[in-house]
Design a protein around this ligand. Structure first.
Ligand code: NAD
Length: 425
């Protein structure tokens, strides 16, 4: 690989992360890796630099050194390259394998493709992973928010992300209607008059690799269950099929004493299922009921695996239970690659004011460290964020829901986290 870029420099002191075995998801991580970073639009300009400093401090405290490689997307890319997503950025994230980004704005309206979706699809980051766990001191609407400790695996390339829709009133939508009515014989369900039609493709490959990733994660992180969340009672051949393919992975690719498939779990409670001790149980739940169970029986769920749209709804709702967007981290995983990014967007109203909460981006970095095998640095980051929040030092979003909190800026919050990293290490 040449590592030559048009407008960005590769740090000369760092070493690139190399792939050992793509299929086995194995990377060789040096102690001074080059990691591309996109600060992002809007509040990305505030939380990007803040999170970068915190993550550097955690790497330093555990005897390593990150050589950051600033790359650009969105507004900052338009200034430098006159385009939204330059080749330099896509190639850097592709070639260096481990990267982190802040939020990017997607203007509403036709003609602007989401840069986030473009990045995820171009580089085949097929699993969007969003952990939801409670940190002491975070304001939450729940009575027992600490019961939430769940990781959502959301399919990231198909279902509604494949985005095949036809607009009402166009020739195309009428052609699709004719095909469905005349050739496929569904004349009784396609009402007369204006119509919008969408396709929802869900493939065997897309479903199986997502569920496989979720199961592997559960095994590696000592979790008890993987729950396939779908609406297969209504969408039998897309969502129902997702679940069947997922169960096939559980049944065919793992030993029974390691992974136990429970295809009847829709109709049975967890107590009624006889699971081998220490095995990960792969069960299923209907998406609508799951939104209820998540609140009423929060501690029963560990790892969720879901098609794209369910994953979007479910993980945002789960995030609200433990403090909301300011603290909801995420990461996109492919084979032997990760792009960490928070759940939140660019929050334009707060942009450039040094007010936004950098926790979500910092904790996305924790996920990145965990994937790199830097578990000591990951733990340090999480503990330092928790220590900061539980001592009452918080940004505006938490301060307004807490009595006696000390409201600080993005920069001050990050500095406090760094002090706690130094104290805890
Ligand atoms: P948003 O997440 O940007 O903000 C919604 C609200 O949540 C904000 O007004 C703010 O009150 C709060 N919030 C979000 N992040 C916060 C933080 N770190 N600290 C404190 N408060 C925070 O959602 P939106 O307003 O719907 O979207 C704004 C833009 O972001 C849109 O262009 C959208 O497309 C884009 N977006 C990007 C991503 C991404 O880059 N992955 C994700 C979601 C939305």
């Amino acid at each position: 690989m040449s590592h030559e870029y048009e407008k960005v420099d590769v740090p000369s002191d760092g070493e690139p992360i190399e792939v050992v075995d793509e299929e086995a998801d194995e990377l060789d991580i040096p102690e001074n890796p080059i990691i591309p970073i996109v600060h992002g639009d809007g509040i990305g300009k505030d939380v990007g630099p803040a999170a970068q400093k915190v993550l550097s401090a955690a790497a330093d405290a555990t005897g390593r050194n990150i050589e950051w490689m600033r790359v650009y997307a969105g507004e900052s890319a338009r200034e430098r390259y006159d385009e939204n997503l330059p080749e330099d950025t896509v190639r850097a994230i592709d070639e260096f394998r481990v990267a982190i980004k802040g939020p990017l704005t997607t203007p509403v309206g036709a003609g602007f493709r989401s840069l986030n979706v473009a990045l995820r699809q171009t580089l085949d980051f097929y699993a969007n992973v969003r952990p939801t766990y409670y940190l002491d001191g975070v304001p939450s609407p729940m009575k027992a928010p600490e019961e939430m400790n769940m990781v959502s695996f959301r399919e990231n390339t198909e279902d509604v992300y494949a985005g095949i829709e036809w607009e009402a009133g166009t020739d195309e939508v009428e052609q699709v209607r004719d095909f469905v009515e005349d050739d496929m014989g569904f004349d009784d369900v396609m009402h007369e008059g204006e119509i919008g039609i969408g396709l929802k493709p869900i493939t065997e490959k897309g479903s199986k690799r997502l569920v496989r990733k979720a199961i592997d994660y559960a095994i590696e992180h000592d979790r008890d269950t993987v729950t396939l969340v779908h609406k297969g009672n209504i969408m039998k051949f897309t969502e129902g099929q997702f679940s069947e393919w997922g169960m096939e992975v559980a049944e065919e690719e793992y030993d029974d004493d390691e992974v136990f498939a429970a295809p009847d779990s829709l109709w049975e409670t967890q107590d009624e299922i006889d699971i081998p001790e220490d095995a990960v149980m792969v069960e299923e739940r209907l998406a609508d009921a799951m939104l209820q169970w998540m609140q009423l029986r929060t501690d029963e769920f560990d790892v969720l695996a879901m098609p794209n749209l369910n994953g979007d709804y479910l993980s945002d709702a789960a995030g609200a239970q433990i403090g909301g967007l300011g603290i909801a981290p995420g990461a996109n995983f492919g084979d032997a690659r990760v792009l960490a990014e928070p759940v939140h967007g660019s929050a334009p109203k707060r942009a450039g004011q040094d007010q936004a909460n950098p926790s979500a981006l910092i904790l996305s970095g924790e996920l990145m460290f965990d994937y790199m095998g830097w578990t000591d640095a990951a733990t340090l980051v999480r503990d330092a964020v928790e220590e900061t929040i539980s001592s009452g030092v918080v940004t505006y979003d938490f301060a307004r829901n807490l009595d006696d909190a000390q409201k600080v800026s993005t920069t001050e919050f990050a500095n406090e986290v760094i002090e706690n990293i130094e104290k805890l290490s």
